[in-house]
Design a protein around this ligand. Sequence first.
Ligand code: ZN
Length: 175
Amino acid sequence: MAYEIRTFGDPVLKTKAAAITEIDGKIARLIDEMFDTLYSSDSGIGLAAPQIGVQKQIFVWEVDDEEMVIINPEIVESSGELLFDEGCLSLPGLYAEILRPKDVLMRGLDIDGNVIELEATDLMGRLFQHEIDHLHGMLMFDRMSPDQRKEALAEYSRITSNQAPARSPRRLKLK
Ligand code: ZN
């Protein structure tokens, strides 16, 4: 079952997710729901649990038609720098160039509870860092300079007001 993806302004996106202590049937169901939600989105390649309102440290992604999942992930090594045009399912329509390390080593648990390490660069390196930020209650805005954030917030409010034109007249009447 696909869930509604939480968007900017929802407090769950600003909350640090809890580590998963037991990988049970509930987690298996959560993973299914996260993939259903990811596939119901237009353009997403990864999804973190807080984006469907679940404060747990887990994210899923799809690469080369393969479904991947990691539990309690952390970046243990990073190097290089890359300016990359990032998007986020919780900030629909907004893209912003964000500077982050290019290469990362991520460590976490697989669905069987085994420790796994994944090396990634470019798009995948970016995805891992972006999704782990979600687990720490951080969004792209938190990775921007004050000037860039101001501009991006203005851009995002333009995008969201365009998506909901019916709301503006009603607001004006309330004035
Ligand atoms: Zn995101």
